[in-house]
Design a protein around this ligand. Structure first.
Ligand SMILES: Nc1ncnc2c1ncn2[C@@H]1O[C@H](COP(=O)(O)OP(=O)(O)OP(=O)(O)O)[C@@H](O)[C@H]1O
Ligand SMILES: [Mg+2]
Length: 159
């Protein structure tokens, strides 16, 4: 891992641009961990990635109670959107089938700290902080080649 890639998100559209860039990594066997406090923009990022990878959706509910919401990517694989805020033990996540999803689906994981012990070492972490009412910062920790893919995608799709 190299130093985190830091991205200033001065508006909602900047966060959406980051989501479209992160969609490059939303492929089977990859996990994108979305960290940050309430209202940081985790679900906003997840929704943008889902629409980029799966096409426009009529509804992208927060899986607050179901914990997991699967989608079909245009490329044929599944995308699992997880909101693990209410998960009590990592063991409960196994019952949801997440280990299988780690290998066969692309996973977007809100509140990944709930399953820290289960996460593959290659998981990408996007850590969001709230800077102001419309301003956020993202710190992206990933393998060097993955950070380069994100930086390239951000460069070719500027806000
Ligand atoms: N630059 C920005 N990036 C992301 N969201 C922003 C930004 N500026 C304002 N917002 C607003 O902040 C809110 C982020 O909400 P969102 O549901 O994405 O957060 P969350 O991290 O998933 O929170 P929770 O933990 O409560 O589910 C939205 O209302 C969004 O419009
Ligand atoms: Mg959320």
């Amino acid at each position: 891992m190299s130093a985190p890639l830091s991205v200033n998100l001065s508006s909602l559209s900047a966060t959406e641009a980051l989501g479209r860039a992160l969609a490059q990594l939303c492929v089977p066997g990859r996990q994108l961990c979305l960290e940050g406090p309430l209202g940081a923009g985790k679900s906003t990022l997840a929704r943008t990635i889902i629409e980029q990878v799966c096409g426009p959706q009529s509804d992208i509910p927060s899986p607050t109670f179901t914990l997991v919401q699967p989608y079909d990517a245009l490329a044929g694989h599944e995308v699992w959107h997880m909101d693990l805020y209410r998960l009590t033990t990592a063991q409960d996540a196994l019952a949801l089938g997440i280990e299988d999803a780690f290998y066969n689906a692309a996973c977007l994981i809100e509140w990944p700290d709930r399953i820290a012990v289960l996460l593959p070492a290659t998981a990408v972490t996007i850590s969001l902080s709230i800077i102001g009412s419309n301003s956020r910062r993202a710190e992206i920790l990933a393998l060097e080649q993955d950070q380069a893919i994100i930086a390239d995608a951000l460069g070719s799709h500027p806000v």
